[in-house]
Design a protein around this ligand. Sequence first.
Ligand code: C2O
Ligand code: CU
Length: 495
Amino acid sequence: VGVPLLRGWKGSTSTGLLLPSRRPRPEPFAVALPIPPVLRPARFDAEGEHYEIVQRVAAVEILPGLSTQIWGYNGSLPGPTIVSRSGRPVTVLHRNELPVPTVAHLHGGRTPAASDGYPTDLLLPAGSTGHAAHLPAMSDPQAVITSGSRLYSYPLDQPAGTLWYHDHRMDFTGPSVWRGLAGFHLVTDAAEDDVPLPRGARDLPLMVMDRSFGPDGELLYPSVDPGLVTPGVTGGFGAGVLGDVILVNGAPWPVADVDAARYRLRLLNASNARRYRLVLDPPGALVQIGADGGLLERPVRHDAVELAPAQRLDVVVDFSGYPIGQDVTVLNTFGDGPTGRVMRFRVVRAATDDTAVPAALPGEPGLSPGPDAPARTMQFRHATVGGMAGWAVNGAPFTPGAVHARVRRGAVEVWRLASDFHHPIHLHGATFRVLARSNGGPGPYDAGWRDTLDLRPAEQATIAVRFGSDPGRYVFHCHNLEHEDMAMMGNVVIE
Ligand code: C2O
Ligand code: CU
């Protein structure tokens, strides 16, 4: 199965193998864009807001007229959106009613290690005590394994931003997220309130992901990984799984009616492996105001934006530049045919608009690390270890006990990241600025504070990393989820 999409190593835009759907694809631009509901806290008190989420199997309608079984936070895809205020702590009590262990991670959260969702800190299904599937975790002496429910605490002592939560179980993040375990967590703050950006119904979180479907509407995911079993073969599913149906907020190629006004689009690439280059058709400006780590210091105007898995880009689009009645399609120029389009906006009515994108935004400025800042090099490459092909950091596949770096809390370090392929590199417990790429300065999509870097084939990038102040063990890894599951992950201990 699968049509190779690797069109050559360098300069390729693809990151895996296409898994073709085995049923006719739905009509594009026929389903209304869903907006995931905002979750209400179960209670709140002086300590903050307390949420409860049940991870469960659910049957949902993704393809019109068909039922798809998913694993969803509260049974939905995306999971419910949590909206929090910077500095006001949140707890989320996750209950696991799925047939497999899970790990919840708040991607982009400045979270103490105990709640960060370390890949072996399993939450076992309610009623289970453990079996062979948990072996990697069971053999990690530091793993904190719970059963049924687990309380995650998030101080959210950080600027406003577009965060998301998703599963993070060691070796199984790809299939679990593919089945639906992903949701938005937005943080707001006073500095952002002071900027006259579009809000309310004109502030749209857009979770973009690709999936493939079987004849009865079931989600397809490969159960055998040729890349895993054939040493030296990087073109198998081990390169990453690509679907041929593009979902936005869980709907295939949806359509949204919009006012002729400015909208804030919080773009999140929640795909396992697919990279996107998004443009508007007819052409229009995408004015970037934010990245992974929150608002920029100043807006950046783009005609196209690129997003590697897990990256977020907040853009403002002014639909008043189009005539009423105009269809504005979001295309993916890295895709082909069905994967070359994403969703459509329909400009349906005139509207008043008192928003603006000011020339100065409240984002925190970048860093210039001093000459004595600790420097490290991390190689993200394919490796064959003990006859098993996989993805590795500095030649070694992930083991919970192996520490790649011990860093001082709050330290600023310079990291050089080198790659052989497309690897979206994500650091937990840290945020960073891109200082340089192989052939020069930061790329056009590198502005602002990031937590995920789009590292491209045969490229080297230099980043200034600022580590958090919470001590403990954190992972960094490739966010191509198949690469992550094939062990392209390392450990940082913040001391
Ligand atoms: Cu979005 Cu380590 O994860
Ligand atoms: Cu990778």
